[in-house]
Design a protein. Sequence first.
Length: 86
Amino acid sequence: MILWDASDDPEDRGCIYIKDNAIEAVDFVIFDPGPSWEHHHCADEALKEATQDLLASADDTGCTADLTVASADALTKVKQILAKTP
């Protein structure tokens, strides 16, 4: 594992993982929710938009009371964003 942190760019940091013949670079996502009085204090815009898209895709037509169907694309986008969150 190799960590990097660019001194000239606070958002340029992450980790390079090496295992056998596989190498993967993972950027660290810096999340600053800001003060509670800001309207963006719960999540960054990409996560907020992806979550809204996921919720908008939800449909329980024809499902039992404990099931709801959602768009696989919308769910994948949320998963990808959350996978980058520390």
